[in-house]
Design a protein around this ligand. Structure first.
Ligand SMILES: [Zn+2]
Ligand SMILES: [Zn+2]
Length: 335
């Protein structure tokens, strides 16, 4: 089978490799579509990946072979999921399985993802797609689950004003989820014209980063503060100015990763009892909620997902174009 293997920073090689064997509790899936994630860009373009890894975790595909102990039927449409966790550690007991002690640490171990013809996973890492949802839409479940988890941690209530910083694939998913849930006061901060257009089509009000003011005193609020900021860009200045837009008791959720860390004004956090939290992947029901929202038909998937798809040979160039902001929507790879 063909696979795109990460060799080192800026080096992605498409090669022929052996089809991995299927263990008793495993399934082999023929990959239909796999979305390109910001994490994949960090891994390949920034060198965060582990050499020898195959990226791609936002996949949908058809089961083509099952282990002896697996009840799934060949032909079932499934999406990739991180799988079950230990169920015993403090995080698991607190209902936060995404933070389980046993989870693999990103960037430490080799990954065997779906930028390949086939992916072999444990059967609990293959979630059956509800009837009526096609493979393209199903591949959107993972990034949408990330967006829904961020919104959950933001404690967004009806009537809240929400700011989404960055309208790349995750930012766009957050905006689309908010609009689908009935929120009508969503503000997007985005410098790229292409992504600003997308934000407008999704139903947000769009501002440029330079439109945001930071009051001179940390106890003074801006004129039109927001209840929550979802920071998806990973850009230092975006997190720093985002904090200044919050109402008292407001929350900022950091989803976008980066290496130029923000300096958050602790005096503003104290004087306004602001909450700053990270959001990592998704909670226990993340995938179910995402698949439910996709099958509801309320999401404008034609805006969120780029038309068509790219093959493995075009994957590296696509990553470079995504990084430069030339592409606004989610790009799907069809191996
Ligand atoms: Zn992802
Ligand atoms: Zn655990």
């Amino acid at each position: 089978m063909r696979a795109a293997i990460y060799r080192g920073k800026g080096d992605l090689e498409v090669v022929e490799i052996a089809v991995p064997p299927v263990g008793p509790s495993e399934v082999r899936v023929a990959v239909e579509y796999c979305g390109v994630c910001g994490t994949d860009l960090h891994d390949v373009l920034d060198g965060w990946g582990v050499s020898g890894s195959i990226g791609g975790h936002e996949w949908s595909g058809r089961v083509v072979e099952v282990g002896s102990g697996v009840p799934l039927e060949v032909g079932t449409l499934v999406v990739g999921h991180p799988g079950s966790t230990c169920g015993r550690c403090e995080a698991c007991l607190a209902g936060r399985p995404n933070l389980c002690e046993d989870r693999p640490t990103a960037g430490v171990e080799q990954s065997h993802g779906a930028f390949a013809d086939y992916v072999v996973v444990d059967s609990n890492q293959a979630v059956t797609v509800p009837p009526g949802v096609e493979a393209r839409a199903a591949a959107y479940a993972e990034p949408l689950a990330v967006a829904l988890h961020a919104l959950e941690l933001a404690g967004v209530d009806p009537g809240h004003r929400v700011m989404v910083s960055g309208c790349g694939p995750i930012g766009a998913a957050v905006v689309a989820a908010l609009i689908a849930q009935g929120h009508d006061d969503v503000v997007v901060i985005e410098p790229s014209p292409l992504r600003r257009d997308l934000a407008v089509r999704l139903g947000a009000t769009v501002l440029e980063p330079s439109d945001l003011k930071t009051p001179w005193h940390p106890g003074i609020a801006v004129d039109e503060p927001v209840n929550a900021v979802i920071e998806t860009s990973g850009v230092r200045a975006a997190a720093e100015s985002g904090l200044a837009q919050l109402v008292a008791c407001g929350r900022m959720v950091l989803v976008g990763t980066g290496m130029d860390f923000p300096r958050l004004d602790s005096n503003r956090i104290i004087l306004n009892e602001l909450v700053v939290t990270g959001a990592y992947t998704y909670g226990a029901i993340g995938f179910a909620s995402a698949l439910e929202l996709i099958s509801s038909g309320l999401l404008p998937l034609d805006d969120l997902i780029e038309p068509g798809s790219v093959g493995l040979d075009a994957l590296f160039d696509t990553m470079v174009r995504l990084r430069s902001g030339e592409v606004a929507g989610k790009v799907l790879v069809r191996p």
